[in-house]
Design a protein around this ligand. Sequence first.
Ligand SMILES: Nc1nc2c(c(=O)[nH]1)N[C@H]1C(S)=C(S)[C@@H](COP(=O)(O)OP(=O)(O)OC[C@H]3O[C@@H](n4cnc5c(=O)[nH]c(N)nc54)[C@H](O)[C@@H]3O)O[C@H]1N2
Ligand SMILES: Nc1nc2c(c(=O)[nH]1)N[C@H]1C(S)=C(S)[C@@H](COP(=O)(O)OP(=O)(O)OC[C@H]3O[C@@H](n4cnc5c(=O)[nH]c(N)nc54)[C@H](O)[C@@H]3O)O[C@H]1N2
Ligand code: SF4
Ligand SMILES: [Mo]
Length: 712
Amino acid sequence: MKTFDKEELLKAKIPCDETGITVKTGLCGFCGDACLVDVYCRDGKVIKVEGNKSQPSSCGHVCVKGAALKQALYSPKRLLYPMKRVGERGEGKFERISWEQAYQTIAEKLNQSKEQYGAKSTLFYVGHPKWFRAQATDLANAYGTPNFGTESSTCAYAVMMACQCNFGRTVRMPPADLRNCKVLCVWAGNPLHTTPLTRLPGFLKALERGVKLIVIDPRCTPTSEHADIHLRPLPGTDGALALGMARVIITEGLQNQEYIDKYTTGYEAYKEYVMEFTPEKVEQLTGVPKEDMIAAARLMATQAPCPIQLSASPLVHNINGVQNVRAITLLMALTGSFGVQGGSMAPGPGRAMLKGGMTGGVRERVHAQQDLSHEQFPAWAKLSSQEVQVTRLADYIEGKGDYPIKTVLAFGMNHHMWPRPDRIEKALKQLDFFVDVDLYMTDTCRYADIVLPSQTSLEREQLQVLGMDTVFYQGHVVEPMGEARSDMDILAGLADSLGLPLGNDPQIRSHEDYLRMAVSGTGLTLEEVKDAPEGTKAKRTLPGKTSEEILQVKTPSGKIEFVSSILESCHKPGHEGLPVYHDYREQLPLEAYPLILSTGSRKPQFFHSRTYRIPWLAKLEEYPLAEVHPKDAHKLGMQDGEVVILSTPVGSMEFVLSENSSTLKGTVNIYHGAGEKDINYLMDDTYLDPISGFPGFKSYCCRLQKKEVSHG
Ligand SMILES: Nc1nc2c(c(=O)[nH]1)N[C@H]1C(S)=C(S)[C@@H](COP(=O)(O)OP(=O)(O)OC[C@H]3O[C@@H](n4cnc5c(=O)[nH]c(N)nc54)[C@H](O)[C@@H]3O)O[C@H]1N2
Ligand SMILES: Nc1nc2c(c(=O)[nH]1)N[C@H]1C(S)=C(S)[C@@H](COP(=O)(O)OP(=O)(O)OC[C@H]3O[C@@H](n4cnc5c(=O)[nH]c(N)nc54)[C@H](O)[C@@H]3O)O[C@H]1N2
Ligand code: SF4
Ligand SMILES: [Mo]
């Protein structure tokens, strides 16, 4: 057998005594999936990251972003020390300070701001990192402001609002019973790219079982390739499609009348309304051939229960988003697919849960009715998880709300996530005081007065429930870089310097207190989970639920509501009780901007703004491409790779044209978050769903023009 010398072993990164390379199990924190990964370390540094074979769901794989964790960890843009701004806002000139100085200054400024303008003029904000939202809400409460907001102002909550209108307060995003369904409908989701390791295995197993698959997506994706029926509506017309399918089901007598009679209310009004959506009208509105729509409706109803799997964002990135998602999910009421085995929100055993939850939703906010979005978005106030809707951030800072925001304390704020980052940049310059806590010196940090360095998932201790009831503890895989601290330690430090409590039972004074509190939900102690590197079986799980329990829904009427009493009680335009279809195109200047612009459909290698700063990943697509169907490109006389000018009613920017036959004709697809090249600079920040306040990211309008080449 050939033997290898040390150099060869090192080059191949082989873990053994000779190389000193060890493999530790870590949690990748790049996206929300938190997969287990094998982290190869040498001399205390990460040298490579691979998939972990013990995790059943990932089968030992890691996605492209997880594989680049090393570069994320050691990026030269990492924040290593607390810093204070010494240049102009936005200029990016900072000077190192100590943690004590930072805490002291922040406490002084926050107290000053409270005295001068009142507590509510301070906004607390948490971006994508979600695990400490509850404690951030606690701090906002203790300080006295109702203005606590998060990245969920454009993600997930609008879907939850729609589901809560239909199925009651506790139903957020009903999961599909992939183990038992005979037919599955994936409506606007691409799990093969977006939740590759958590959702994908269940999805693929369902396909192996022979489940019939309906995919509803304007584009062709790896997910739609598995579909028995793939409907390709024009973006944002899904409400009309769903109502049309409902009409087919009802006119053909395929609805589950027994279920409807027993568990729902408002059916007669709904039945009357959907009759407007004839197959011809629906084809004309959506572009979906009527025969295909009818076939999908029949499959859904005859093979019911049929769970409809939703994702957090594409459908609600539309100005009729909440109503469209209501129309879609009500198909599950019509077919008796909600709350039953093989449908969605199926009965089943309980699972282990860490205490404290993901969102601030577990916390009531102080003076909630005084938050800045209460008046404009009453349904958001009634249904969302106790937050202020912050999409109008620029307006709020500029004083266009009831009162101006003067101070912002943010964790992971990325102002590129909203429409018109340019307006937000201008507004951030007007703040009295701004703190941002991040892993990197981001574009947003450059506007802050103080920036604080936070730790990545590999640097901090973490807990995760694997499968149904295995609690996994990850210690520090590597020592924290520079003086970076865990967000929880930072929150606790801020609370201390402000003399405010963080939580009631128990008070949290450190990251470790937080871990102790979180693990207590599983009946285990921190010591017990620390002693078991492979994970520990929970001693406590949530109680399982029966179908009858699930179907005692918590709407005001106690039934599944075809006519939403919560929306009706808002007495506002667009808040109809029925899932009314309003066509967004009526609001757009389509003559001048005839192409439908859809932004932000996910790519496996990108995660919003953050992957653009990681060389391995950024290189895969250096500038966001404007993807169009080849036939559209030819019509416009444009070619793949050509630099073109894309204009919307807001402005123009250059993009590289990409001919892509998976794009629906008449549409342009662009990814978002790319710093100066961010498509959000061209999105209108008043183009919002009146119910949720979500921007119409997935269905706006644009035109493409050739770039004049100068021949000088
Ligand atoms: N790699 C990667 N994964 C991610 C993210 C990421 O940035 N990168 N982001 C995470 C986040 S924050 C989210 S919210 C999720 C999103 O997760 P997904 O929803 O699964 O992903 P998207 O690509 O946004 O949208 C899925 C599909 O919806 C289609 N779609 C767009 N508009 C419409 C429409 O109007 N109607 C219909 N029927 N379909 C439409 C798109 O063509 C796309 O193929 O992904 C999460 N996972
Ligand atoms: N045009 C368009 N715009 C969109 C979308 C779209 O589809 N199209 N999608 C929207 C959706 S669904 C979403 S979810 C948002 C996503 O928007 P964001 O969540 O704001 O996007 P990220 O780029 O992930 O930025 C999060 C920031 O948090 C920092 N961060 C990461 N981990 C930590 C941590 O542990 N602690 C701290 N303190 N900071 C951390 C990152 O470095 C980054 O600066 O974008 C929205 N914007
Ligand atoms: S899907 Fe990829 S980026 Fe997300 S946690 Fe898993 S390995 Fe990390
Ligand atoms: Mo999202």
